[in-house]
Design a protein around this ligand. Structure first.
Ligand SMILES: Nc1nc2c(c(=O)[nH]1)N[C@@H](CN(C=O)c1ccc(C(=O)N[C@@H](CCC(=O)O)C(=O)O)cc1)CN2
Ligand SMILES: NCC(=O)N[C@@H]1O[C@H](COP(=O)([O-])[O-])[C@@H](O)[C@H]1O
Length: 207
C-alpha cells in the first residue's frame, strides 16, 4: 500500500536519502509528501529539493508557544494527508498532541541498540562516543515506534554491529549509518505491507 510520508530531519539527511533512493528504485511504494527540518541549514532540505520534494524549515523556537507550534505541525500533516511520519535524524522532541493524533504512525531511527545509549542527550556522534568510551563489544541500530518518551517506543527492527578493533567514533558512525539506511527502508516496507502487529511493547512481524 502506498503511504503519504512526512520525514523530519535536523541534519545531513542520509537516512532521508535512503528513503528517496528506495522509492526511486521502486523498492518502496510510498511517496514523501514533505520534509520538515528544525534546523534551517540542514543539508537534508537540499537533498529533498533536488528530488522535487516539498521541504520546509519549521522550528518550535519560532512560535510563541508549544501549542502554536503543535497546531502548525498538525496542520501541515493533515493538509498533506500524511499516513506515516519518519524521524530521520530529527533532534527535536515530538510534542504529545502529535504523538496522540498519529499513534503508532511515527517511527524513529536511532544509532544504537535501544535501550542502551539512548534517550535525552543521546544523539548524533555523541552516541558513538559514549559506546566507545564504555567499551561495549556490540552496538548497532534500532527502529521503533515513537511515543511520549524519548526512544522508549516499541522496537521494530534492530541490527547489531560487532566492534572488533580500535576505531574512531566517526568510523563507527559510518558503519552504523550503513545499517540504519537498510533497516529504515525495511521498516517502511513492513508498514506498507501491513506486516507489523503491535502488542503492548512487542512488535510482531507477520510473514
Ligand atoms: N516524543 C519523541 N520525540 C522524539 C523521539 C522519541 O522517541 N519520542 N526520538 C527522537 C530522536 N532521538 C533519538 O533517536 C533524540 C533526539 C534528540 C535528543 C536530545 O536530547 N535532543 C536535545 C536537543 C538537541 C539539539 O537540538 O541540538 C534536547 O532535547 O535537549 C535525544 C534523542 C526524536 N524525537
Ligand atoms: N537520537 C537521534 C539520532 O541520534 N539520530 C541519528 O542522527 C543521524 C542523522 O544522520 P542523517 O541526517 O545523515 O540521516 C543518524 O545516525 C540517526 O540515527
Amino acid at each position: 500500500m502506498s503511504l503519504n510520508i512526512a520525514v523530519m530531519i535536523s541534519g545531513s539527511g542520509s537516512n532521508l536519502q535512503s528513503i528517496i533512493d528506495a522509492i526511486e528504485k521502486n523498492i518502496l511504494k510510498s511517496e514523501i509528501k514533505i520534509v520538515i527540518s528544525n534546523m534551517e541549514k540542514a543539508y537534508g532540505l537540499v537533498r529533498a529539493k533536488k528530488h522535487g520534494i516539498d521541504a520546509v524549515y519549521l522550528s518550535k523556537k519560532d512560535y510563541s508557544s508549544l501549542k502554536e507550534y503543535e497546531k502548525e505541525l498538525l496542520e501541515v500533516f493533515k493538509n498533506k494527508k500524511i499516513d506515516l511520519i519518519v524521524l530521520a535524524g530529527y533532534l527535536g522532541i515530538v510534542p504529545e498532541e502529535i504523538i496522540k493524533y498519529y499513534k503508532n504512525k511515527i517511527v524513529n531511527i536511532h544509532p544504537s541498540l535501544i535501550p542502551s545509549f539512548c534517550g535525552k542527550g543521546f544523539y548524533g556522534i555523541n552516541v558513538h562516543e559514549k559506546v566507545l568510551e564504555y567499551g561495549v563489544k556490540v552496538t548497532g541500530a534500532t527502529t521503533h515506534f515513537v511515543d511520549e518518551g524519548v526512544d522508549t517506543g516499541p522496537i521494530i527492527i534492530q541490527e547489531p554491529l560487532k566492534i572488533e578493533e580500535e576505531i574512531t567514533a566517526e568510523e563507527l558512525q559510518k558503519r552504523v549509518l550503513d545499517i540504519e539506511h537498510k533497516i529504515l527502508v525495511e521498516t517502511i516496507r513492513l508498514i506498507e505491507d501491513k506486516r507489523l502487529e503491535i502488542n503492548g511493547r512487542k512488535v510482531l512481524i507477520r510473514r
